[in-house]
Design a protein around this ligand. Structure first.
Ligand code: ADP
Ligand code: X15
Length: 398
C-alpha cells in the first residue's frame, strides 16, 4: 500500500476551504442519474469533512467536453442527485474558477457543501496547465483526492492541485487501494479478464500489458469489434475504431507470446437501430450484415465466456459485453454477471469488477453485492492491475 496522508492527518479543519476531487461521472439517461454508486462511495468523505466544520468544495468532471462548456455535460443535474444521496443541501456554482466560483465559495459557512461546474469545461484541466491549477487552488486551503476512478489521469484537479496545496487521500481512495491490494495483490490463478464497453481508444493500450498479467482476456462490447475488424471480419456499422487495427494485432501477438488466450465473440446480436423495441437477430460473427450494428455478443459467445469464468480462480471485469442500457442487448452482460456472482457465492471464484457503467450493469443484473469487490473505477483499476503508477495516487505519496 502506498503511504499517503489521509483524513486522519487533517487536524482542525473547522472553517477551512477543502477542495475535494470526486468522480461524479455517473451513468445518465434523459438528464437523470441512473446509477448513484459513485456518489454513494464519496459520501463518507464529504460527510466527514462537513461534520468537522470544513467548507467542502467538490471538483469533478462529467463526460469529455474537451475544454469547451457544453450544457448536456453540466454537473447541475448531478448536484441534485448528490443532494438526494447525501441528504444534505448541495450548492452549485456555474463555473469551477473565476468570479462565479469565488462568489459561491465566499458565501459558504463551515459545514456547507458546494459543487463546482465540470472542470473539463476548461482546456487547462486535461493539460494540467499551471495557470488553471492556480485558479482552482485560489478557492482552497487543503486538497483531498477521493476520485480513485480518475487517478489514471494527470489532470489539474487530479494531480496538479496536489503540488499546490496540502494533499490528502479521501476515504474512498484509501478503501479502493486497500480492497484491490487484498483481492488482486497476489491473485489466485488462472486469472481471466473481461474487457468490453465503449471507451476503445482510451483503454486499448492498457491491454498490451494486461495480457502479460492474466491467463485469458475475453473481449466484448465495442472493444471486440475493433479486434474483429483487425482480423478481417466485416463488422458492418458497429462501434469500431478501424484506425486501431495495428494496435489490436500487436496485442494479439503479445498475448500469444505471453501465453494469454484471447477470446473474441463467435456470434453477435445485431440491429439496425439502437432503441427500445428495435428488431434484432443473432448472427454468426462472420455473417454480420453490412447495414447492421453488433450491440451484444450472442449466446454461443456467452457459453464461451461462462466457460472461461468457470476455469478461472480470479475474474477481473471492466466494460459491459453489450449495450446493456437497452433490452435485449443486456442479455450477455446479465448472464455473465449472474454466472460470475453464483461462482463467487460458491466460494470458488474471486470476482472483482469496476467502471461507472460496469457497476450500473451489475446493479441492473441484481448481483453487484455478490461480487467479491466492486470498484468505482474502470480504466484506473485496469491500469492499477497492469502495475502502472497512477498519477493521482503517486502525487499523494510524494
Ligand atoms: N457493442 C456495443 N456497441 C456500442 N456500445 C456498446 C457496446 N457494448 C457496450 N457498449 C457501451 O459501452 C458503454 C460502457 O463502456 P465504458 O465506459 O468503457 O465502461 P465503464 O464505464 O464500465 O468503464 C455502455 O454505455 C454500453 O452501452
Ligand atoms: O468514468 C471514468 O472511467 P471508466 O469509464 O474507466 O470507469 C472516469 O470518470 C474517467 O473518465 P475518463 O475516461 O473520461 O477520463
Amino acid at each position: 500500500m502506498p503511504a499517503f496522508k489521509t483524513l486522519d492527518d487533517l487536524g482542525d479543519i473547522a472553517g477551512k476551504r477543502v477542495l475535494v476531487r470526486v468522480d461524479l461521472n455517473v451513468p445518465m439517461k434523459d438528464g437523470k442519474v441512473t446509477d448513484t454508486t459513485r456518489i454513494e462511495r464519496v459520501a463518507p468523505t464529504i460527510l466527514e469533512l462537513s461534520d468537522k466544520g470544513a467548507k467542502v468544495i467538490l471538483l469533478a468532471h462529467f463526460g469529455r467536453p474537451k475544454g469547451t462548456p457544453a450544457p448536456e455535460m453540466s454537473l447541475a443535474p448531478i448536484a441534485g442527485a448528490t443532494e438526494a444521496t447525501l441528504d444534505r443541501r448541495v450548492h452549485f456554482a456555474a463555473d469551477c474558477i473565476g468570479d462565479k466560483a469565488a462568489a459561491a465559495v465566499s458565501a459558504m459557512a463551515g459545514g456547507d457543501i458546494l459543487l463546482l461546474e465540470n472542470t473539463r469545461f476548461h482546456a487547462g484541466e486535461e493539460k494540467n496547465d499551471p495557470d488553471f491549477v492556480a485558479a482552482l487552488a485560489a478557492n482552497g486551503d487543503i486538497y483531498v483526492n477521493d476520485a480513485f476512478s480518475a487517478a489514471h489521469r494527470a489532470h489539474a484537479s487530479t494531480e496538479g492541485l496536489a503540488h499546490r496545496l496540502p494533499a490528502f487521500a479521501g476515504r474512498t481512495m484509501q478503501a479502493e487501494l486497500e480492497a484491490l491490494q487484498k483481492g488482486l495483490g497476489d491473485p489466485a490463478r488462472p486469472v481471466a479478464a473481461i474487457v468490453g464497453g465503449a471507451k476503445v481508444s482510451t483503454k486499448i493500450d492498457l491491454l498490451m500489458n494486461l495480457v502479460k498479467k492474466v491467463d485469458a482476456l475475453v473481449i466484448g462490447g465495442g472493444m471486440a469489434n475493433t479486434f474483429l475488424a483487425a482480423r478481417g471480419t466485416n463488422v458492418g456499422k458497429s462501434l469500431c475504431e478501424h484506425d486501431l487495427a495495428a494496435t489490436a494485432k500487436q496485442i494479439m501477438v503479445e498475448a500469444a507470446s505471453a501465453g494469454c488466450a484471447i477470446v473474441l465473440p463467435v456470434d453477435g446480436v445485431v440491429a439496425r437501430e439502437f432503441k427500445t423495441g428495435a428488431e434484432s437477430e443473432v448472427v454468426d460473427i462472420d455473417a454480420i450484415p453490412s447495414d447492421a450494428m453488433v450491440l451484444d455478443v450472442g449466446p454461443k459467445t456467452v457459453d464461451a465466456v461462462t466457460g472461461w469464468i468457470e476455469r478461472a480462480a480470479t475474474l477481473v471485469w471492466n466494460g459491459p459485453l453489450g449495450a446493456f442500457e437497452i433490452a435485449p442487448f443486456d442479455a450477455a452482460t446479465v448472464a455473465a454477471a449472474k454466472f460470475a456472482a453464483a461462482q463467487t457465492e460458491d466460494g470458488r471464484l474471486v470476482s472483482v469488477a469496476g467502471g461507472g457503467d460496469t457497476v450500473a450493469a451489475l446493479n441492473h443484473a441484481g448481483v453487484a453485492d455478490d461480487f467479491t469487490y466492486v470498484s468505482t473505477a474502470g480504466g484506473a483499476f485496469l491500469e492499477w492491475m497492469e502495475g502502472k503508477p497512477l498519477p493521482g495516487v503517486e502525487v499523494l505519496t510524494s
